[in-house]
Design a protein around this ligand. Structure first.
Ligand code: GDP
Length: 444
């Protein structure tokens, strides 16, 4: 999970201030030192860290704050605001042309996720705006790049323009744009070549393509796992190309935060989207404020809700939420819920977006994989309708009957009932706004 260490260390740094009515100069210095170390360890650019710490320090050393009733809370707010500012403050929307097509050129080093991102972004526009994009396959160097784009295009029912690998990419782009004009496509994506490192030939090719296509967006994809090197890469590309934004990929991985926190400050370019998985739907708009809360372990509820809205059957979801609110969440709902959640990726990652969940030890018990899921369904399938609606009925002898009915060991039945109880309790807390997060810890 992304940012795990950073979240933990920042929480710890601030936690030292809890329960104090006053923060001494020394307390503040110690906290700032911890924050500085946490950021450096997360591989944030050195100058960015220096600026960050100086700004937080300045805002925190005002007398009002020093004598405030709950200094820890105020520091959390200052750190949260500063994280938001460092990442660009506001979400940066896609530049759109006033006449069709809007041309989006993608650039990036090999393996950064460029081709995948082209497909994700085109798919997002297709589903959200009913757009009719055309993808131009202009990466003639990486073996199979064109095939990869064509396969993605076929799966997502998005047309791909390609001319094989023996044609100059500049000519491919010219011909592709002509095709888009004929077909009246509203968006054109140009998937360009990547290299392992920035080199002059590549930059010249990209510059030429930009001159030919006059793109409305030149988006650079960078891999979040490369930490502050991602920011250096972006700086390198922007020396030759007029980048309009950055897509940060692989944020679903075990990334430390250095890329997310350094890119804007080092390059001046906004992060516009984040890739959070390999599926076509795993691309999200980048919201600096939400990312800041996520880094602080306060959860990213808005993104969770949006994700839920996108992936869930809305009516079903509303029904479930209402049931959770009224605390009538039963085993029928448990199974319905799991079915929907399954389509959204690892449960653990999702739960971590709920405020206060990032460091919740209960998560360890709630990890449900696909194979287990069939077993859970079998156990619920052995329940009587009354048991499903009223889980409290399920006493030890009924548990034995369920185990026999589903052909599963009794410990599994017990575990599932425990998971169910935990889920019900957690959902109930979250939906009632009773968050257990960092703000709770501070008495907020
Ligand atoms: P390109 O060389 O820049 O075009 O890179 P690709 O689009 O081929 O991506 C390289 C690898 O990274 C592929 O295996 C992708 O599935 C994977 N990838 C791309 N974006 C993401 C992401 O956001 N999360 C994860 N986990 N994998 C990604």
């Amino acid at each position: 999970m992304a940012f795990e260490n950073l979240t933990e260390r920042l929480s710890k740094a601030i936690k030292n201030l809890t329960g104090r009515g006053r923060v001494s100069e020394e307390d503040l210095r110690a906290t700032m030192r911890e924050i500085r170390l946490a950021l450096l360890e997360a591989d944030v650019n050195y100058d960015t860290v220096k600026k960050f710490v100086a700004n937080v320090r300045e805002k925190a050393s005002g007398t009002d704050i020093m004598e405030g009733l709950n200094p820890a809370q105020q520091i959390v707010k200052i750190v949260n605001d500063e994280l938001t500012i460092t990442m660009g403050e506001e979400a940066a929307p896609l530049n759109k042309s006033s006449k069709i097509p809007t041309i989006i050129m993608m650039a990036g080093l090999q393996g950064a996720g460029k081709t995948t991102t082209v497909a994700k972004l085109a798919y997002k526009l297709k589903t959200e705006e009913k757009a009719r994009p055309l993808l131009i396959a202009a990466d003639i160097y990486r073996p199979a790049a064109i095939d990869q784009l064509e396969i993605l295009g076929r799966d997502l029912e998005i047309p791909v323009f390609s001319m094989g690998t023996d044609v100059n990419p500049r000519d491919i782009v010219r011909a592709g744009l002509k095709k888009a004009a004929e077909n009246k496509n509203d968006y054109v994506f140009i998937d360009t070549a990547g290299r392992l490192q920035i080199d002059e030939e590549l930059m010249q090719e990209l510059k030429d393509i930009a001159d030919i296509a006059h793109p409305d967006e030149i988006l650079l994809t960078v891999d979040a796992m490369t930490g502050q090197n991602a920011a250096e890469t972006a700086k390198g590309f922007s020396a030759s190309l007029d980048l309009t934004g950055v897509v940060l990929t692989k944020l679903d991985g075990d990334t430390r935060g250095g890329a997310a926190l350094s890119i804007r400050d080092v390059t001046g370019k906004p992060i516009k989207f984040v890739g959070q998985g390999e599926k076509p739907t795993d691309l999200d708009v980048f919201y600096p404020d939400r990312m800041a809360s996520r880094i602080l372990g306060m959860g990213d509820v808005l993104t969770l809700i949006e994700k839920a809205q996108r992936d869930f059957d809305e009516e079903e979801q509303e029904k479930q939420l209402e049931k959770m609110r009224q605390n009538t969440f039963d085993f029928n709902d448990f199974v319905a819920q799991l079915k929907q959640v399954q389509s959204m990726g690892p449960m653990e990652d999702l739960l971590k977006m709920i405020p206060g969940m990032a460091n919740n030890p209960a998560l360890a018990n709630i990890n449900i994989d696909a194979k287990q899921f069939a077993h859970l369904e079998a156990i619920v399938g052995s329940m009587t309708p009354a048991e499903r609606e009223n889980p409290d009925l399920i006493n030890p002898s009924r548990r034995r009957r369920l185990a026999a009915g589903a052909g599963r060991p009794i410990v599994e039945v017990n575990r599932m009932i425990k998971q169910f109880d935990q889920m019900r309790k957690m959902m109930n807390q979250a939906t009632n706004g009773n968050f257990g997060g960092i703000d709770k810890m501070m008495g907020g």
